[in-house]
Design a protein around this ligand. Structure first.
Ligand SMILES: Cc1cc2nc3c(=O)[nH]c(=O)nc-3n(C[C@H](O)[C@H](O)[C@H](O)COP(=O)(O)O)c2cc1C
Length: 366
C-alpha cells in the first residue's frame, strides 16, 4: 500500500496538508513500553515549521492526540493511533495550482495516479507536513531503543556546497551523536552552520531554494541484526527513508565515494579491542552482508532543493494541456533539510526497531 510501511511493525500515515488533520497508526509495537510525552513533544518541536526565517512561516502547534494504544502511559501492544490537527492552512494560495504542475512537485503525478480525485491543496498527501506523524512515531521508537542502550542521532552534513564535518566513524560517542539535535541548527561545527544559514538566506533572497544531505548514525546495536539479500539493514532503512518527501539518495558508509577506491583502500581490517571483534576503519558503515557488524551504523540521505520557488517557471496546465508560466505564492522552506534532520532520525529509529522486532539476530528483549 502506498502510505503503509513495514511488516512486523506497520506504520500507516494518513491525511492531507490542508485537511482537518493528519496522523499515524502504528501496529505491532511491543506492549508495556513507557511513553515520555514531554520527550516526544521536544523531539517533534525540532521539525515544527515557523520557528525561524529559514523555514516556512506556516505556524502549527503540532500537538499529537493519542487516540488508542496507550493506557496508563504505557503501550498496550494494540494499534496506536495519533492525530495532529491542521490549523494554519491558507488554501487560497493554491487555488490556481489545481491543474498547473509545479516543477519537481507531485502535482502532475498525483493527478494521474488518483485520476484527479486527490486533494491538491498545499501538496495534499504529498506535503512535507506528513512528516509530522512520522516524527511522532519515530519519537516513540527512539525511546524504546534508548531504553536498550541504542541511540540514534543525525546532523545537517551539507547545504548546497557548504559541508559540516562527518561523525567519527569508528569511535562515535553518544555525546557526539546527540549533540547536533540539542542545537537550534543541527550541525556538529557551528561555523559550518553559520555558512549554511547564509547560503539558505541567499537562496531565499534569490526566490530560489537549495538542497543538502543529512548524516545519521545509530550506536549500541549488537552485531548480527538483519539478513542478507532482501531483508538487509540497508533495504529496510532505505525503504522507510525514501518515504520522506524530497529524498533522492541514500548511501551507507562511504557509499558512492567507496566505488572509486581499490579493495586495499576500502577494506576495513578486523581487529580486537578489549576482547571485542571490531574494525579499524568503518567504510562499511556498520553493515556487512545486510547484517550489523557492531560498528556504528552510518548513512547519509540526499535531499533535493525545495520544489516550490517563487521565480517564474515554465510548466503546463495538465487539464487544458496548455503551456503556462507559473509564479508560486504560498509559504515554502527555501531549504527543507534542517527540518528533515529529525525526520531522518525518526525513520532510522523505526527501521531499527522493526529489524529488532523481527527477531533476526540480536532480537528485542523486554
Ligand atoms: C520537512 C519537509 C518540508 C517540505 N516543505 C516543502 C515546501 O515548503 N514546499 C515544497 O514545494 N516542498 C516541500 N517539501 C518537499 C515536497 O514535499 C516533495 O518534494 C514533493 O512531495 C515531491 O516528492 P519527491 O520530492 O519525493 O519526489 C518538504 C519536504 C520535507 C521533508
Amino acid at each position: 500500500m502506498s502510505s503503509t510501511w513495514g511488516d512486523t511493525l506497520k506504520l500507516s500515515i494518513f491525511g492531507e496538508s490542508h485537511g482537518p488533520a493528519i496522523g499515524v497508526v502504528l501496529d505491532g509495537l511491543p506492549a508495556g513500553e513507557e511513553i515520555d510525552m514531554e520527550q516526544v513533544l521536544r523531539f517533534m518541536d525540532r521539525r515544527r515549521p515557523g520557528k525561524d526565517p529559514f523555514s516556512t512561516p506556516r505556524k502549527e502547534s503540532d500537538l499529537p492526540r493519542v487516540l488508542s494504544g496507550v493506557y496508563q502511559n504505557r503501550t498496550t501492544g494494540t494499534p496506536l493511533a495519533a492525530m495532529i490537527q491542521n490549523s494554519d492552512t491558507h488554501s487560497g494560495d493554491y487555488s490556481e495550482l489545481a491543474s498547473v504542475a509545479r516543477p519537481s512537485h507531485g502535482d502532475f503525478t498525483g493527478f494521474i495516479r488518483y485520476h484527479g480525485f486527490n486533494d491538491p491543496r498545499g501538496g495534499g498527501h504529498f506535503s512535507g507536513r506528513l512528516t509530522a506523524p512520522l516524527v511522532f512515531a519515530g519519537a516513540l521508537a527512539i525511546q524504546m531503543l534508548e531504553r536498550r542502550g541504542i541511540y540514534t542521532g543525525a546532523h545537517l552534513a551539507s547545504v548546497a556546497e557548504v559541508a559540516d564535518r562527518r561523525f567519527s566513524p569508528v569511535s562515535l560517542s553518544k555525546e557526539e551523536l546527540l549533540s547536533p539535535g540539542q542545537k537550534a541548527f543541527p550541525v556538529l561545527e557551528d561555523k559550518a552552520g553559520e555558512e549554511m544559514r547564509e547560503r539558505i538566506e541567499t537562496a531565499r533572497m534569490d526566490r530560489d531554494s537549495v538542497g543538502g544531505t543529512v548524516e545519521c548514525g545509530v550506536i549500541g546495536l549488537p552485531a548480527g541484526v538483519g539478513s542478507p539479500m532482501f531483508g538487509g539493514v540497508e533495504n529496510v532503512l532505505s525503504s522507510i527513508l525514501f518515504g520522506i518527501p524530497a529524498v533522492k539518495g541514500v548511501e551507507f558508509g562511504l557509499g558512492f565515494e567507496g566505488s572509486r577506491l581499490t579493495g586495499s583502500q576500502y577494506n576495513d581490517s578486523f581487529c580486537l579491542k578489549n576482547g571485542e571483534i571490531c574494525t579499524a576503519t568503518n567504510h562499511h558503515g556498520g553493515i556487512l552482508g545486510g547484517i550489523t557488524s557492531g560498528m556504528p551504523l552510518l548513512f547519509s540521505v540526499a535531499f533535493k532543493p525545495t520544489p516550490s520557488i517563487s521565480q517564474p517557471q515554465q510548466t503546463v496546465d495538465f487539464i487544458s494541456r496548455t503551456p503556462k508560466e507559473l509564479v508560486i505564492k504560498g509559504r515554502h522552506d527555501p531549504c527543507v533539510v534542517p527540518r528533515a534532520v529529525p525526520c531522518v532520525e525518526a525513520a532510522a529509529a523505526l527501521g531499527v526497531l522493526s529489524l529488532l522486532l523481527d527477531g533476526v539476530g540480536g532480537g528485542f528483549d523486554r
